[in-house]
Design a protein around this ligand. Structure first.
Ligand code: HEC
Ligand code: HEC
Ligand code: HEC
Ligand code: HEC
Ligand code: HEC
Length: 460
């Protein structure tokens, strides 16, 4: 699926064709970013004047006294990492340089919803001068003071200053610290969509797990995001509270372990890795099919990746940063490699456009993530400089088939061995190098989503 810049926030959907998009915009494509939404102001999430005061929100330490487990879990999550994430900061700095600070609030409206609504995210703001609750990113009260949702994308939450804390407990016990009330909104998927679906200024759709969720079987099954990303246990929700509450894990495990050394302890990191492994277990499977081979002829190897996730595409979220790809090697009976795709160059990069050692060396590379393209048709790394976003991700309960062609010669000894796996990683080395973060390359974990092997006998 391909998205292009187009007028109007949600009218984007699938590829419109340049003709339509350009008729709407009158005069594209251009090298300049096309901006049809006010780049500076959104009355809800990036208001011209503050609509709340950050000082009336409490940092997570204040909640930890009575909710120690929630606070400890959250502190290791990507939500707690959202404002200190060096990849985020480096990208914001780059965008800031492109627009001379004028659009600084755009990237921050979800990473710190309290900061942009509270007037702290002004052009050229100073990261170190932000108040603690703003530095906490997606902090407790960025979620628990939400009273309504205006749109399930681009920070669509109404945050109620001084309102009750809201959650999924229907009959909350009284607390000296706060009023509490049940909220249907927080138990549903659209609540997460409010931040997880991202549309760039100019209309380029960047992340859409919630929209994907609405297109799959999960809504009918009654499986919101929380059911997979906040698994439940039973216990007290607050110190001294009733002990039979259904508790929701606040590590918000996806595929990321915060990359910065020291953000989590080694023990916490181990827990996150185990949880990621559990989330990925059964998420996908890979089939390989090939007919018996005739020496001297090309062997067609058909690889099919199945997405077993009901919740959204595989992969999802910031797929333009992620890499998900097929690695496949074919060897003959002597162990000689006949064919290889999806292997890495000496820098750890795939041998595609971004490899500095072997650009486009892997002509058959099968990628399941997404690609940004600039107006001149060249691949682009950074979304605000791109005109088009094309995705290779697989919808819920769907599959994608690719055929690879393995050469043989008249004296190739059989049987052939095919080894394949689908790999997923959060940050490609070339991206970290482009952002001056090469010291983080070794911290990136690569996950095997699915593996398969096949023996191909000699034909008659
Ligand atoms: C609509 C809300 C929203 C906006 C606006 C937004 N983000 Fe994010 N960002 C998210 C969410 C949600 C994720 C998590 C997605 C995932 O992990 O796949 C995320 C993840 C990221 C990550 C990945 C973190 C990592 O290291 O794994 C980076 C980097 C990032 N955003 C940068 C930016 C930049 C730069 C901008 C502005 C161009 C921006 N974001 C605008 C919501 C937003
Ligand atoms: C003095 C102790 C105390 C402090 C401090 C405290 N809480 Fe609570 N909180 C409670 C109690 C008690 C409950 C009710 C638990 C129950 O009914 O099981 C509760 C319930 C909640 C609920 C569930 C509401 C619902 O209906 O689902 C949320 C969410 C919550 N607190 C968030 C917070 C946040 C965020 C902070 C920090 C800003 C915080 N709490 C600080 C004691 C506290
Ligand atoms: C049925 C279980 C399930 C449901 C429901 C679900 N997810 Fe996921 N989610 C997964 C699995 C498995 C992965 C890891 C594989 C992947 O990245 O697609 C994942 C990964 C993610 C990631 C990390 C993607 C990345 O590469 O950074 C984000 C963000 C995410 N989910 C958000 C959501 C949101 C938002 C919803 C609700 C709209 C949701 N999920 C619903 C199972 C689920
Ligand atoms: C990204 C949003 C988000 C953040 C950040 C967040 N929570 Fe929650 N929290 C939720 C959701 C959603 C639920 C309810 C899930 C349900 O009932 O389906 C919840 C439930 C709770 C509950 C009720 C008991 C339970 O486990 O269901 C408490 C207490 C709570 N959170 C405290 C906190 C505290 C304290 C922090 C910060 C340290 C925090 N939360 C951060 C989204 C968030
Ligand atoms: C206020 C905005 C906001 C809300 C609401 C929100 N998120 Fe997030 N979420 C983010 C941002 C921003 C990130 C990425 C932070 C980073 O790494 O820089 C993120 C990251 C995540 C990740 C980690 C993805 C990965 O790559 O590992 C998961 C999983 C996730 N969120 C699930 C949820 C779920 C489930 C909900 C709803 C209960 C939710 N989020 C609500 C903003 C939000």
């Amino acid at each position: 699926m391909i998205w292009a810049r187009a007028a109007g926030a949600r009218a984007i959907g699938p590829w419109l064709g340049w003709a339509v998009a350009c008729a709407l915009l009158a005069g594209c494509p251009t090298d300049e970013p096309v901006v049809d939404v006010d780049p500076i102001v959104d009355p809800l999430s990036r208001p011209a004047e503050p609509t709340l005061s950050p000082s009336s929100f409490q940092p997570s330490d204040d909640c930890a006294a009575c909710h120690p487990d929630h606070a400890a879990q959250w502190a290791t999550s990507s939500h707690a990492y959202a404002m200190v994430d060096p990849v985020f900061r480096a990208l914001v700095e780059l965008r800031r340089a492109d627009f001379d600070g004028a659009q600084d609030s755009f990237c921050l409206q979800c990473h710190t919803a309290i900061g942009t609504r509270g007037g702290e995210i002004v052009p050229h703001f100073d990261w170190d001068a932000l108040s603690p609750v703003v530095q906490e990113g997606v902090t407790c009260e960025a979620c628990h003071r939400v009273s309504a949702l205006e749109r399930p994308w681009n920070s669509g939450h109404v945050i109620q200053e001084g309102g009750p804390v809201r959650g999924g407990i229907a009959d909350p016990a009284s607390s000296p610290a706060h009023e509490a009330s049940f909220s249907d909104l927080l138990t549903g998927a659209s609540f997460c969509g409010g931040c997880h679906d991202v549309i760039e200024l100019g209309g380029l759709q960047l992340e859409r797990p919630y929209e994907e969720w609405t297109e799959g079987p999960a809504p009918e099954e009654g499986r919101p995001c929380q059911s997979c990303h906040m698994p439940t246990t039973t216990g007290p929700a607050a110190v001294g509270g009733p002990s039979d509450r259904s508790l929701h894990d606040h590590r918000f495990v996806g595929i990321d372990v915060p990359l910065s050394e020291g953000f989590t302890t080694a023990a916490e990191e181990e827990v996150l890795r185990t949880r990621i492994g559990a989330l990925l277990d059964g998420a996908a499977s890979l089939d390989l099919v090939a007919a018996p081979f005739v020496p001297g002829e090309v062997v067609d190897v058909v690889a099919t990746l199945h997405n077993h996730i009901d919740g959204h595409n595989l992969p999802t979220g910031s797929t333009f940063l992620r890499q998900a790809w097929l690695e496949l090697t074919a060897t003959d009976a002597d162990g000689t490699v006949l064919y290889r795709t999806g292997d890495l160059d000496a820098n750890g990069d795939l041998r595609d456009h971004w490899s500095s050692l072997d650009p486009y060396g892997d002509a058959d590379l099968v990628s399941y993530s997404s690609r940004l393209t600039a107006a001149d048709g060249r691949p682009e790394l950074f979304p605000w400089r791109a005109n088009e976003h094309s995705s290779g991700s697989i919808p819920p309960r769907h599959a994608r088939t690719s055929t690879l062609f393995v050469p043989t010669s008249a004296d190739t000894p059989g049987p052939l061995q095919i080894q394949a796996r689908v790999r997923l990683r959060t940050h490609p080395p070339h991206l970290l190098r482009a952002l001056g973060l090469e010291h983080l390359v070794d911290r990136v974990e690569t996950w095997d989503l699915a593996t398969a092997s096949l023996q191909v006998p000699r034909g008659p």
